[in-house]
Write a new protein. Structure first.
Length: 219
């Protein structure tokens, strides 16, 4: 990862599967605004009380979480596969007068410095699973000793039965699949289902409950 990724053109370089980028670019291009523009409620709740440091926002979308974190004094690195979303996010950051380091990449392919982030936040990420649990291990590897991994997902989606040609939950990373990899170097601080504090509007607003995993890396 480099610190000189241009905020004016965050989508200039991409590390990952072009098909994944194209899929998400299409989703964002279909709507002028896909998400609510406000930070996710679980992030706001769980970050309260944490001292600002270096944070990685995985799947930053249009940048609402990244901008909110930067306003709170965090040194923000925001990762996203969609160039369309990153351009919007960079615009929101400029409007807010904050600095964010943009990374146009899939999580597994991103050249992120290991064990460098005081907080790794993944809010409802669409992370594909692999036989070697590459995405789960990438999330854990990014957290610095003493830092926190915060993974939030929609409750109920992980147990849905797959139908032909539709979403298959077995293809994606969930809090439970990450918890399976935690060893004595980690302490689980929160692992629960709770009512979702959802911003009004935007895709996903119909989901009512969250799965929240907050784990601290001890060493």
């Amino acid at each position: 990862m480099t610190d000189d990724i241009a905020a004016t053109s965050p989508a200039g370089e991409y590390l990952g599967d072009p098909a994944v980028r194209a899929e998400w670019d299409g989703r964002y291009a279909d709507r002028q605004q896909l998400w609510s523009g406000r930070p996710n409620g679980a992030l706001v709740a769980e970050v309260e009380g944490l001292a600002p440091g270096r944070v990685l926002d995985v799947g930053c979308g249009e940048g609402a979480d990244a901008v909110w974190l930067a306003r709170g004094g965090w040194d923000v690195t925001a990762l996203e596969v969609s160039g369309v979303a990153l351009e919007r996010a960079a615009g929101h950051a400029r409007d807010a007068g904050v600095t964010v380091r943009w990374v146009h990449a899939e999580l597994v392919g991103a050249a992120l410095p290991p064990a460098s982030f005081d907080l790794v936040s993944a809010q409802y990420p669409a992370l594909l699973r692999t036989p070697g649990a590459a995405a789960e291990r990438a999330l854990l590897a990014a957290v610095a000793p003493g830092g926190v991994l915060l993974l939030v997902h929609h409750a109920g989606m992980d147990t849905r039965e797959a139908q032909a040609g539709e979403f298959d939950p077995a293809d994606y990373v969930w809090p439970a699949t990450v918890t399976e990899l935690l060893d004595e170097d980690w302490r689980v601080e929160v692992d629960e289902q709770r009512p979702r504090v959802a911003p009004e509007g935007g895709a996903g607003a119909h989901h009512t409950d969250d799965l929240v995993l907050r784990a601290r890396r001890l060493r």
